[in-house]
Design a protein around this ligand. Sequence first.
Ligand code: ZN
Length: 103
Amino acid sequence: MIRPILHIVLHFIVPAMAARLFYKDNYLKVWIIMICTMVIDLDHLLATPVFDPNRCGIAFHPLHSYPAICAYILMTSVSELRIIAVGLLIHIGLDAVDCVCMM
Ligand SMILES: [Zn+2]
């Protein structure tokens, strides 16, 4: 039960570290924007059961699919979307780490 809790905590800590490291002047605003990217987890509502601690979300949920991940990567090239894109990629990266930890 510790892994899902740690996973959620990391969804807050890692964006905070990235915001602090790369956006020193307005890290709080950047951190909040990155935290808001967790909205992509709403795609879990399309799955049954909604929460399964032993299911890898990568390539399972629509907003965690490979085409979506490619879109997030492309979004990094648009300066206005870069913070959101980095937040999304951090989210996907953390979800991928969680998948590895399930094995
Ligand atoms: Zn996720």
